[in-house]
Design a binder for this molecule. Structure first.
Ligand SMILES: NC(=O)c1ccc[n+]([C@@H]2O[C@H](COP(=O)([O-])OP(=O)(O)OC[C@H]3O[C@@H](n4cnc5c(N)ncnc54)[C@H](OP(=O)(O)O)[C@@H]3O)[C@@H](O)[C@H]2O)c1
Length: 257
C-alpha cells in the first residue's frame, strides 16, 4: 500500500515509517522540511495523492491551551480535508489514551486539544474509514518531563501505564496492515508513575556507566523528587480500561536504546 505519514520526522513518526517500510509499504514521509505544513494547510493534499492510508502523527508540544487548540484543530482539519479528496482512503489518527475527566480539566489544555482533534476526525471522516489509535505515555516522555537540578531530578507524579514509542509504532503498523478501523488503545506491561520510571532509568543508566567507568568516582544516581500534581493525572485519568499490551519493560527498552 502507499501510506502518507504526516509528522514523519517525530519521535513516533520516524519509528512508524521504519515499521511500515519493513512491511514493504511505500511511505510518503511528510513534514515541513519537504514543504508539507499541516497547520498552514500547505502541501497536505499533494502529499496524499494516490495514498490508501493517511496517518496523522504531527505534534505541537505546549501547555498553552489556546495554542494547543488552535494547532490541533487547524492541523487535523487540513489532513481530514486531504482524506476527503482521496475517496476511500483510510485515516489513522494518533491520539492519547485518556479518560473523559482529563479533557474536562481546563488546566490540561494539551489534552483538551487532543480531545478536539479526535472530534474533528470523527466528524469529518466516515466511521468505516477511521482508526483512532490511542496510546498511553511513552518511556521517552520521562526525560522530557524531568527537570534536573544538580544531584536532584524533579518529576511530575503522573500515574501511567507507559510503553516504548517503538512498541506503539509497531502496534500501529500491525493495525494498518490488518486494515483495522474503530478505536484501539495500547499500553505498557504495568501501571506505575513517572517518578518510579525515572528512578529505574537512572539506576540502569548509572550501573551501565559504572561498568565502563575506569575512574575512582562512581556515577551517581540522582535523587528523584516527585512533584505532586492535582487532578486526574495523578489518579486513573491516563490508565485505559482494556488496552492491547506491549510486553517490553523499561529495562528491556533501555537495553535496546
Ligand atoms: N509523547 C507521548 O508519550 C505520547 C503518547 C501518546 C500519543 N502521543 C501523540 O503522538 C503524536 C506525535 O508525538 P511525537 O512526540 O512523536 O511528536 P514530535 O516528536 O514532537 O514530532 C512532531 C512531528 O510533527 C511534525 N510537525 C510539527 N508541526 C508541523 C506542521 N505545522 N506541519 C507538518 N508537520 C509538523 C514535525 O515535523 P517537522 O518539525 O519536521 O515539520 C514532527 O515530524 C502527538 O500528537 C502526541 O499527542 C504522544
Amino acid at each position: 500500500m502507499q501510506i502518507t505519514v504526516y509528522g514523519a520526522t517525530g519521535t513516533f513518526g520516524r519509528r512508524l515509517v521504519a515499521h511500515l517500510r519493513a512491511r514493504e509499504h511505500s511511505v510518503i514521509a511528510a513534514h515541513r522540511g519537504i514543504g508539507v505544513d499541516t497547520y498552514a494547510g500547505e502541501g497536505v493534499t499533494e502529499a496524499a495523492v494516490d495514498s490508501e492510508v493517511l496517518v496523522d502523527c504531527v505534534n505541537y508540544m505546549t501547555n498553552n491551551r489556546h495554542r494547543a487548540l488552535d494547532f490541533f484543530s487547524r492541523s487535523s482539519r487540513s489532513i481530514a480535508l486531504a482524506a476527503a479528496e482521496n475517496p476511500g482512503a483510510a485515516m489513522v489518527c494518533l491520539s492519547i489514551a485518556f479518560r473523559p475527566e482529563v479533557a474536562k480539566s481546563t488546566l490540561l489544555g494539551y489534552y483538551q486539544a487532543k480531545d478536539l482533534q479526535e472530534r474533528v476526525y470523527r466528524r469529518l471522516v466516515p466511521a468505516d474509514q477511521l482508526l483512532m489509535f490511542r496510546s498511553t505515555q511513552w518511556f521517552e516522555l520521562v526525560d522530557t518531563m524531568t527537570f534536573n537540578a544538580g544531584p536532584m531530578a524533579f518529576v511530575p507524579k503522573m500515574r501511567v501505564q507507559a510503553l516504548a514509542a517503538d512498541e506503539a509504532a509497531r502496534m500501529m503498523a500491525e493495525a494498518i496492515d490488518a486494515e483495522e478501523r474503530g478505536t484501539i488503545e495500547v499500553a505498557g506491561p504495568e501501571v506505575s508513575d513517572f517518578p518510579t520510571i525515572a528512578r529505574r532509568i537512572a539506576v540502569t543508566n548509572a550501573s551501565a556507566d559504572s561498568a565502563v567507568s575506569t575512574g575512582a568516582r562512581k556515577p551517581r544516581v540522582p535523587t528523584i523528587v516527585p512533584i505532586p500534581i492535582p487532578g486526574p493525572l495523578s489518579a486513573d485519568g491516563l490508565i485505559p480500561d482494556s488496552p492491547r499490551l506491549s510486553a517490553v519493560t523499561v529495562e528491556d527498552w533501555l537495553r535496546t536504546r
